[in-house]
Design a protein around this ligand. Structure first.
Ligand code: GLC
Ligand code: GLC
Length: 627
């Protein structure tokens, strides 16, 4: 006889049934041959049961609510803000005092940059974690953290934190035991007794930090091993082929979920599985692992989402959002790296044809249970992820275009408006990446230094156009701390010994609360950008067509400086136009009508667009959302 689910046990059992097909087949395939596999399955079930039993009632309620409203993160009222706790507010407790500032801007999601206990000294900005169950003592305690997440939850603000699962700090307890010779813990990492295998792997691997951490392995003579270290020497890659590693991370993941985290940013996921003869990125097992981890959360804490960080080419990125075999079952969010790269590329060339090609041909018009994290700047460098094939489609040379972009954004290309810094120049491959703040890369720093008011105005409009683009694309727009106040490059990192080698610190400034204090006056660049960003987020909230579930279709427009895409909502189409140049553009009204814009009403400015003899007149760096 049917009965009503009444107890917590029932709920967990139902969720286990629901997600069993997403979980066990992955684990069977990954670990089925392992002698400890049957015990592993039992222990995993146990881990989930315990975590569910420990989950606080208000979080269980949130689980239920979000299971009932699975599109909660796709709605246009979602807007993220990304910051380092110390640089924004000093410590966790002080973050609470800044919530009014965030709500004034329209923020409903915050990403605390790495906040778990890092190794001492250089910790790669916190991505070298020595204890996943402790908060960085400089920021506060786990109790403070829980207090902060509870307060944010009350205010309807979601919290994202990083879970670094490709590697731990070499100071992590597991790594310490491994270094002391414990074979069980040596199996948590990828360790070799001789350099032969590492050398063979190296033949097909790329280097992430060729400048300061060349190669992918580190030799430790004191314990006689070569250790896989994709990133820095102090970041030891975990061995995900060992089911014990899966159990440990699953347990940590649920522990963090129970502290009130809403979104787990799974760091550097592409690197999680190694296979000889490949680049060891995005191997099929990576997606099996991620689907299984996702299922563990859907069973135990369905309120929690996964944001996957995979900074790779378009075709390689989409599976992280659960396309193909893993449709709807992997990441709920993934960074839209291509959109970011193409924004900067089009801004430099004043030509959107490459962007239109890439965005229009490689991405589906909708995703299942997933959407993008859209952004223009983040704490990392910009790598020019433009493939040779895509460049060739526009009669460009891949290496040539990538070199141009680096030269443009480090400011060395003649006529460039940008000021930026090179990151990890690799003479072997010709690759060079770029660091710099949104405002400095967009021209504000140079314009101010040269006292060029017209250029400063262009820079301001470029910054607002970028924010209007990520607000309209579909996904959660992530505003990177400081960008809302047009923060310029911060060169002081060069005086900090543990940061001086890493130009990414140029765009990790301290929050300028003095500028924030006068944000409403409209008199400074900072204030004008701030008011503009707030306006964009307000209009986004008021525009239902921007719900991430509505399809997005890039439409080729014959005017190269104009990017056009449509959001096809059941209530009608929104045609979004962006002018990537400092000259005016004229878009035929007939063409806009043919694309579905019927009212010539700009939902972004909330005014009708200006038309002239059958043309829509678009000022420099215009952005309009035409209904
Ligand atoms: C991620 C982070 C980056 C870090 C790397 C290694 O890609 O965004 O800052 O250096 O992982 O953890
Ligand atoms: C590369 C990696 C990414 C990392 C970044 C750091 O883009 O793919 O994971 O965060 O480098 O600069």
């Amino acid at each position: 006889m049917a009965r009503t689910p009444s107890s917590d046990d029932d709920i967990l059992a139902l969720r286990l049934d629901r997600s069993a097909p997403d979980l066990w087949p992955m684990l069977d395939a990954l670990y089925g041959e392992h002698p400890a596999y049957p015990a592993f399955r039992e222990r995993l079930l146990d881990t989930m049961r315990k975590a569910w039993a420990d989950r606080a009632p208000d979080l269980k309620r949130l689980d239920l609510k979000r299971d009932l409203e699975p599109d909660w993160f796709q709605r246009p009222d979602m807007a993220g803000y990304v910051f380092y706790i110390d640089r924004f507010a000093g410590n966790l407790h002080n973050v609470l005092e800044k919530l009014d500032y965030l709500q004034d801007l329209g923020i409903t999601y915050v990403h605390f940059m790495p906040c778990l206990k890092p190794r001492p000294g250089d910790s790669d900005g916190g991505y070298s974690v020595m204890d996943y169950r402790a908060i960085n003592p400089a920021y506060g305690t786990m109790a403070d953290f829980e207090q902060v997440t509870a307060e944010l939850r009350k205010r309807g603000i979601s919290v994202c934190i990083d879970l670094v699962l490709n590697h731990t700090a070499k100071e992590h307890d597991w790594a310490q035991r491994a270094a002391k010779g414990d074979p069980a813990y040596q199996d948590y990492y990828l360790m070799f007794d001789a350099p032969d295998l590492p050398k063979r792997y190296e033949e097909t691997l790329v280097e992430v930090f060729p400048d300061n951490a060349p190669g992918n392995f580190t030799h430790y003579p004191d314990f006689g091993k070569w250790v896989w270290t994709t990133f820095n020497e102090h970041q030891w890659d975990l061995n995900w082929a060992n089911p014990q590693v899966f159990l440990e991370i699953a347990d940590i993941m649920l522990f963090l979920a129970n502290r009130g985290v809403d979104v787990l940013r799974l760091d550097a996921v592409a690197f999680m599985w190694k296979r000889m003869g490949t680049r060891c990125q995005s191997e099929p097992e990576v997606h099996m692992l991620l689907q299984a981890l996702r299922a563990v959360c859907r069973i135990t804490c369905p309120a929690v989402l996964h944001l996957e960080e995979a900074i790779v080419a378009p075709a390689e990125m989409l599976p992280y959002l659960g396309r193909g075999r893993h449709d709807g079952k992997e990441g709920n969010l993934a960074y839209h790296n291509s959109l970011m790269v193409q924004f900067w590329s089009s801004l430099a060339t004043r030509d959107t044809r490459l962007m239109t090609h890439v965005m229009g041909t490689h991405f589906p018009d909708r995703l299942t249970n997933a959407t993008y994290a859209t952004y223009i700047r983040c704490h990392d460098d910009i790598g020019w992820a433009v493939t040779d094939e895509d460049a060739a489609a526009l009669h460009l040379s891949g290496p040539g275009h990538r070199a141009f972009l680096s030269d443009f954004y480090d400011g060395s290309f003649p006529g460039s408006f940008a000021r930026g810094a090179l990151f990890q120049e690799n003479p072997a491959t010709g690759d060079k990446r770029i660091s710099g703040s949104f405002a400095s890369l967009a021209g504000l720093e140079k314009a101010i230094a040269e006292g060029n008011m017209a250029e400063a105005e262009h820079a301001t409009q470029r910054i607002l156009m970028g924010h209007a683009l990520i607000a309209a694309w579909g996904g959660i727009p992530l505003i990177y701390m400081g960008d809302e106040l047009a923060a310029l490059n911060d060169y002081s990192y060069r005086d900090t010994p543990e940061h001086a080698h890493d130009s990414r610190w140029i765009h990790r400034p301290r929050m300028d609360w003095t500028a924030a204090a006068t944000r409403h006056d409209g008199l400074t660049h900072a204030s004008r950008v701030w008011l503009g960003v707030r306006h964009i987020l307000q209009r986004r909230r008021a525009t239902p067509a921007l719900h991430a579930a509505h399809p997005i279709r890039v439409v080729p427009c014959d005017i190269p400086q104009i990017l056009a895409f449509r959001r096809d909502a059941p209530t009608g189409t929104l045609l979004c136009l962006f002018n990537f140049a400092e000259s005016w553009a004229h878009v035929p009204e007939d063409w806009a009508r043919a694309q579905g814009a019927t009212r010539m009403q700009d939902e972004l400015s909330n005014h009708p667009v200006e038309t002239h003899h059958g043309n829509i007149a678009l000022p420099p760096y215009a952005r309009v959302w035409l209904a």
